[in-house]
Every structure is written in C-alpha cells, then in structure tokens.
Ligand binder design. Structure first.
Ligand SMILES: *Cc1c(COP(=O)(O)O)cnc(C)c1O
Length: 398
C-alpha cells in the first residue's frame, strides 16, 4: 500500500448475515409450540414460499446446500467411476458431492463474459466424452451462466443439468429464476449467502418422484412400515424447524438484499471507473444477477508482479500498477474483508489429477483467479465506508 488510511473500528465483512427481527419471532414460535425438530410450520412455510418464488413444483428443505447437492447426485444415480462435467471456478462444495458418490468430476473452464462454465468448453468436453450423463453448473457470485447455450448442449446430449444456485438465489435469466432451469436445483442458506438461516439449504425440482425420494433419503430412508424398515442407505439431512424460522423471517427481504447489493456493485463500478480494472461481468440483455459479491479484475498490463505458492502469496510493489494480493493486504489494513477469487478446482491438490477441459489455450479461469478479487460486499456497509474502500483501492494503483 502506498498511502495510510484510518482503519474501520467495526470490521467491514465480505458478506455477513443481515437480520431483520422476524427471524426471532419464528424461532420463538417454534420453541413455544415445541416444534423443535425437523417438522413444523416454518419448514412448510419456506418450502411453499421458495417453490412459489422460484416457480418450481417441489422443494425440500435440508441441513445445507452441500447436503442438497449430495442428494442431487443420489437422484442422478451417479455410479462409481462415472464422469460428471462440473464448473471449474467455484466453491469446492459444487464438486465434492460428485466424489461422495464415487463420481469423477471433469472440470470445465469458464468464459470471460460471466465467469461461468464455458459453453464452448462444454461442447468440446462432450466431443471428448460423449457418454457423460450429468452436468453440474454453478452460477458464480450470483451471476447467471449462459443458460440458453448450456441447456441446448445438454438437450443435444440428453444430459441431466443440475444447477448449483447456492450463490445466486433471486438472480434471473430471461426473467426466470436461477435454480429452476435444471432437472434439479440447489440453493444454500449458509451464513454468508444473500438469505441465511445460519445454515441450511434446499433442493428444487419439478418432478414429484425426485422430491419424494430426496425427502425420504434426507430422513434416513425409512420405508412405509410399522417399524424402521430400510431398503436404501439414508441420511440425516433434513432442515431443523428452528433454522427454518430464521429463513422464514429472511425470505421477505430477498428483494431488499438484492437492491442493496446492486447499489454496492454500482458504487464500486462508478468509483473504480478511472482505474485499469473491470467489475465481474454479466449479460445485461439476458440476466439480472443478485449481485451477491462484487468482484474486480485488473487489466493484464497493469498487474504488478505477484507470486502464489500453494499456501502463500507475495508481490512486488510497482508504481501505477497493483495486484489482488496488494489490494487484499490494503483492505485488511483498514479492517475490511476481501477475498481472492475462488481458486479453480483443477488447481486444487485434491483435484489436480482430474481432467480439465478448456478451449482457450491459456485457460480463462486461472487468469481470472490471478488477476481478480472479491470486494467487501456486505449489505450493511455504509456509502462512507465504501468510499474509503474505493480510495484504498485507488491508492494501490498510485
Ligand atoms: C455456499 C456454497 C455451497 C454450499 O452450501 P452450504 O449450505 O454451505 O453447504 C455450494 N456451492 C456453492 C457455489 C456455494 O457458494
């Protein structure tokens, strides 16, 4: 950092829970009526509300988004050793559930327009591995992927599309909610997501048989019998009615949260417009993101030298240039939380032997990882705080 700034007394977070009061009312209601289990009015209410909001036939409230993704893999009947195409630049929870079922993720590079799965790379992957039946697609940072193209490729290959919409609740593509395009959709109510239950997730589908099966698997796969009768291996994945109370209190504020996040994104965009950086892009003709996280990427020519090993980062300060490591350090120095771009899965030690399919020789997502970062995007950040953050970023380029 080339200039000194006053740190914030209270930390400004990347994205922290924003409560409104009704959460406590519904949690208390669960307590007072003694529905302190995985059945109750809060669960019924949020399942109905999310189904209506997202235009999905069926919803199953679960203990986490990861649990929902795991059940999606069960429903897709992934066999041991079966290859599954998967978004490469995402949080590991998108890919891990494939492996829980013995599947083998084949990672697909991103495109530069939305930072999501590249349809061209997906097409190439189907040429290389025509037998693949399942595509796991994430919508990064709340920006919808190129759904028209990806759905068409899946249709041509009769592949099942599963959408990881954990980060994109409320984002739309051609007016339709993300999470409702695939055979199965998944959302998350983790503490850092746009709507939270402190934890929790949900599986979405239009097929009653799939929803019934997910519900059964999530409650230990009990058969219809007078005693505990089992024909399948089950899980304890159902959401608690107390957690559902928090989600129930939060859901009416989804639009408000999106509007706040959008303002934050636009404020960064305007404030950083003089710098050699770009905000995380989206297709404004087709999609409306939920703006969960605002990110920036530094122009190639204006990057200072940055070195990353598996666990450490360093850089050489240069006049007029900067890099994510320098900016993240400068943000940390004023008590603001930024984060590197999600490190692509094909660069992770656990997945380094997995196949990675790209069309651009240099790889698109590794480059975004090197040059990009997530900015503090908390709904509760004030315009004054954001202005200081913008000044700090500017100072990195001095
Ligand atoms: C948060 C997240 C998940 C996992 O959701 P949990 O509710 O934390 O289990 C899955 N995929 C993506 C892309 C996420 O960001």
């Amino acid at each position: 950092m080339k200039q000194k700034f006053e740190p914030f007394k209270e930390r400004v977070y990347l994205s922290s829970p924003t409560m409104h009061g009704e959460e406590l009312k519904y949690m208390t209601e669960a307590y007072q009526t003694n529905w302190m289990s995985t059945i109750g009015a809060n669960i019924d209410s949020i399942e109905a509300d999310v189904a209506k909001k997202l235009g999905m036939g069926y919803t199953v409230a679960l203990s986490s988004g990861t649990a929902a993704l795991h059940l999606a893999m069960k429903l897709a009947k992934i066999k041991p050793g079966e290859k599954v195409f998967c978004t490469d630049m995402t949080f590991s929870a998108t890919a891990n559930p494939i492996v829980y079922e013995g599947g083998v993720p084949i990672f697909i590079d991103s495109e530069p327009d939305t930072w999501n799965m590249s349809p061209e790379a997906l097409k190439k992957a189907f040429e290389l591995y025509p037998d693949v039946r399942v595509v796991m697609l994430a919508h990064l940072y709340g920006v919808p992927a190129k759904l028209t193209e990806i759905k068409e490729i899946c249709r041509q290959h009769e592949a099942i599309l599963i959408e990881d919409a954990a980060e994109s609740l409320g984002a739309t593509y051609q007016g339709q909610q993300t999470g409702s395009f695939g055979e199965i959709g998944v959302i998350s109510f983790n503490g850092n997501k746009i709507i939270t239950g402190s934890s929790g997730g949900m599986l979405l589908t239009d097929k009653k048989e799939l929803a019934d099966e997910a519900r059964k698997l999530s409650t230990q796969a009990r058969e219809d019998a007078p005693w505990y009768q089992h024909k399948e291996i089950g899980y304890n994945y159902r959401m608690s009615n107390v957690i559902a109370g928090v989600v129930r209190g939060q859901l009416p504020y989804l639009e408000e949260h999106i509007a706040q996040k959008k303002k934050i994104y636009q404020r960064y965009q305007a404030g950083l417009s003089e710098l050699p950086v770009k905000m995380n892009p989206f297709d404004s003709d087709k999609s409306e993101p939920n703006f969960w996280l605002s990110c920036l990427v530094i122009d190639k020519e204006e990057m200072c030298k940055q070195t990353r090993t598996d666990t450490e980062a360093s850089y050489t300060s240069e006049q007029g240039r900067s890099c994510p490591t320098e900016i993240l350090e400068a943000l940390a120095a004023i008590n603001a939380e930024g984060r590197p771009i999600w490190k692509p899965m094909h660069l992770q030690p656990i997945y380094e032997k997995n196949i990675f399919v790209k069309v651009d020789e240099n790889g698109v997502d590794e480059d975004i990882f090197n040059r990009g970062l997530c900015l503090p995007s908390d709904n509760k950040m004030t315009p004054e705080q954001q202005d200081r953050i913008i000044d700090v970023i500017k100072s990195c380029f001095e």
